[in-house]
Every structure is written in structure tokens, then in C-alpha cells.
Ligand binder design. Structure first.
Ligand code: C5P
Length: 401
């Protein structure tokens, strides 16, 4: 889910960096929106590096107006979080003043809004601020400490910004679907594999792991018990997911077959190497002037082996991926059949906004009797779409037994 994090000019602005990290760990994509005074406390470069997105600092930045950015972003986000929120921004929100990007975004979005106020105690207790908070609460805005309890019990907070983890937890709770996968066990693979040539070099591929990690994070949020077998990536383990890190296709095959017997579904999102060096060298191969031959041999097809091992049993449900260049449908249907899969997620990795090293993806979800095309969307959203399908497959199976 794409979450906008508004950062305003309070001393707690530095804690907003931790809020971004926490939201990312739970599988969300974050875009930071900073007010002018926030930038006096923390540099926008910090947020840019950590969100891996341009930080929005002004309504009038060149490039921000081609599609009226606050309107475009307003419809893209699933949640607006403001942490820390100063008395000033709370006053603007309450009174419909839209004199900068963040306050305009608040008016333009239909997404839920979560505010973590932070200010001096006297300011917080001032009747003007209390009235503004009351107004926002009556419109359905949610608060993190000390706002959450103020309607029922009067204002008792001191004004310190809540701890980042509390903000993250409250945000996640607002967007998390209910535990639709409670009691289910899922095995998910992600990332590339590295096939060693010698102790220094390897054969790899451009998979970032983001698609598989997004599926694992979403499945955990829905209550599933998740084992994530991950090839080498730079990503943190999603919250609530048991991660097993592997390097080569052979190691991934071993890890997958160990867990496969006890799970309800397997989602094979890893980009497993198809070939591996026949004989990796123990020592670094010295450079010579002559061309070098490298003999590669086939790796085990993990998914096909899992399909064979399952035989005619209905579980585990098997979901594969097919990354192709060009229209992927015909080859994906062939793989669906050959590997005995229940569902295959096929994409054209040569398409802009799809495939490796991007935050977005577009795909065809193909099952033996159905084919659905998804639009270009965030990988976190495609993860939710894939899991919706998987839930239906699991439900159909439960109905049969
Ligand atoms: O045949 P192809 O590699 O395109 O099939 C893609 C699907 O098969 C993916 O789900 C991938 O994770 C899986 N795969 C595998 N073992 C391999 C190669 C691919 O499980 N050696």
C-alpha cells in the first residue's frame, strides 16, 4: 500500500525517519511530504534516500504540476499519516486552509488520515488546538498518542511525539485487511539466486526480491504463518515473517523441499537461475588473454519438482511466476500446465513499470480456466491481488473436502 507521510516542523521530525523504516518493514511503500519548517529540522535527502522516492516539499516544484501532483497523489495513497503534526498543521487541516502541499493533500484525499500530534503541553492544551483536534476527530481523523484517548477522557497528553513503532502499528492497523489467512501456512520464495563461478564471481540476475517480499509481508498481515526463502537481496525481512536466506538454486531447492510438506500454499516468486557453473573453482580463476569458456549445467526446476511431488493431492496450492519479454501469455499457459500449477503470474519484464528493479508491476493472472489482466500497480498492491486469488483457491479447496 502507498502511504503518504507528512512531516511538519516539530523537534520530533527526526523520528519520522524511523516511521518510514517501520512502514517499509511491514510491506508499505512510503512517499514523504515535508513542510517548509520540517526541512529546518531534517534534510529532505534523508527521506529521499530512505523512501527511494522524490520527496515532495513544494506545490510549485518544477515537474510537480504536469498531473497536478497533490490531486494525483491524493488518489494513489491508501493512508495519509502526519508525524509529527504541529499545532499549525492541525489548525490548517481543521479549518480547510490549503496553502501548501500537505494541507492541500489533506483536502484532496479520500484516504484515511492518521495524525501524531507533537507540541508543547500548553499549546496542546490550548482551547484553540483542542477545538481543532475535536473537529478533526469528528470527521473521522485518527490520532496516535496522546490524541487517541482525548475525546473520551479529556486531554492528558504531554505533547511528545509518540514512539515511531506506535505510529507504525496504528498506521498498519488502519490499512491491514482482517486475518483472512489466519491458520494458513505459506511458503514463499523471493529474489535471485547466485551461482558461484569461483570465490569472487558469480552468475546472477536482476531480480530485486520486492515482489516476493511484498507477498510475504501481505500474507503475514493477513494472519498467515509465513516462511520466506530468500535469495540474496538488500531487503529487510518483513515483520512477522520467518526468513531463510539462501544463495544458490541448489540451496533454495533444499530449503523449499524441507518446508513444502507442511504448508497450504507455495508462491514461487524467486528468479531461480536456470544454469549453474558445472564446476565452481575453489580459488579465484586467474585472468588470461585467451577467451574463457564457462560450462553451465541445468539447475533443478524447483517448482516443477514441487508440482511432481504433490502429484494428485490438492494441497499445497502452487503459484508460479513467468517473467518474459513480450506477450507472456502463451508461454505462461504452457508453464502452468507443464509444472502442474494452480495459478501463474505472468509479466512482460520489458514493459516500462513492470518487472525487475521497479516498485510497480503489471501481470496476467492465469489459472487453468481463467485469465485476468492487472493494471500497472505497486508491487504491494499486486501482492494483495495475488493473495485475494490464492484465498479463493484455498476456499474452493476447503469447500471440496
Ligand atoms: O521456466 P521458468 O523459469 O520461466 O518458470 C518460472 C517459474 O518457475 C517461477 O515461479 C520460478 O520461481 C520457477 N523456477 C523454479 N526453478 C527453476 C527455475 C524456475 O522453481 N530452476
Amino acid at each position: 500500500m502507498l502511504i503518504a507521510l507528512g512531516v511538519t516542523g516539530g523537534i520530533g521530525a527526526y523520528k519520522a525517519v524511523e516511521v518510514v523504516r517501520g512502514l517499509q518493514k511491514r510491506g508499505h511503500d512510503v512517499v514523504a511530504v515535508m513542510t517548509r519548517s520540517a526541512r529546518r529540522f531534517v534534510g529532505e535527502v534523508t527521506f529521499e534516500a530512505i523512501t527511494r522516492r522524490r520527496v515532495i516539499t513544494s506545490q510549485f516544484a518544477p515537474g510537480a504540476n504536469a498531473d497536478i501532483e497533490h490531486i494525483a497523489l491524493a488518489s494513489d495513497i491508501g493512508l495519509l499519516v502526519v508525524a509529527p503534526a504541529t499545532a499549525n498543521v492541525i489548525g490548517k487541516f481543521a479549518n480547510g486552509i490549503a496553502d501548501d502541499f500537505l494541507s492541500s493533500l489533506y483536502l484532496a484525499t479520500r484516504a484515511p488520515v492518521l495524525i501524531a500530534p507533537a507540541m508543547n503541553t500548553n499549546m496542546l492544551e490550548h482551547p484553540a488546538v483542542r477545538a481543532n483536534l475535536q473537529t478533526l476527530a469528528s470527521r473521522g481523523v485518527r490520532f496516535v498518542d496522546p490524541g487517541e484517548g482525548f475525546l473520551a477522557c479529556g486531554w492528558i497528553g504531554k505533547g511528545r511525539l509518540a514512539e515511531p513503532e506506535e505510529v507504525v502499528e496504528a498506521a498498519d492497523r488502519l490499512v491491514r485487511p482482517v486475518g483472512t489467512l489466519l491458520g494458513r501456512r505459506l511458503l514463499i520464495s523471493a529474489g535471485p539466486t547466485y551461482e558461484d563461478i569461483d570465490p569472487v564471481r558469480y552468475v546472477g540476475n536482476r531480480s530485486s526480491g520486492r515482489m516476493g517480499y511484498a507477498i510475504a509481508a501481505e500474507a503475514a498481515r493477513r494472519g498467515a504463518e509465513v516462511v520466506l526463502v530468500s535469495g540474496p537481496t538488500t531487503l529487510d525481512a518483513p515483520a512477522g515473517v520467518r526468513i531463510e536466506r539462501v544463495r544458490s538454486a541448489a540451496e533454495m531447492a533444499r530449503a523449499m523441499s524441507t518446508h513444502a510438506r507442511t504448508v497450504d500454499a507455495i508462491v514461487m516468486a524467486a528468479a531461480v537461475a536456470d544454469y549453474t557453473p558445472e564446476r565452481p573453482h575453489d580459488t579465484k580463476i586467474a585472468k588470461r588473454d585467451a577467451p574463457m569458456d564457462l560450462t553451465l549445467v541445468r539447475t533443478p526446476d524447483i517448482l516443477a519438482d514441487l508440482g511432481r511431488a504433490r502429484g494428485n493431492a490438492p494441497l499445497p496450492i502452487l503459484v508460479g511466476f513467468a517473467a518474459e519479454t513480450g506477450d507472456p501469455r502463451a508461454r505462461a499457459r504452457e508453464k502452468l500446465r507443464a509444472k502442474h500449477l494452480d495459478l501463474i503470474v505472468a509479466n512482460d519484464v520489458s514493459r516500462p513499470g513492470a518487472g525487475f528493479e521497479t516498485n510497480t508491476n503489471a501481470a496476467f493472472l492465469i489459472s487453468p480456466d481463467d485469465e485476468v489482466e492487472t493494471p500497472v500497480q505497486l508491487k504491494t498492491e499486486l501482492a494483495a491481488t495475488i493473495l485475494d486469488r490464492l484465498e479463493r483457491l484455498l476456499a474452493a479447496h476447503s469447500a471440496r473436502v
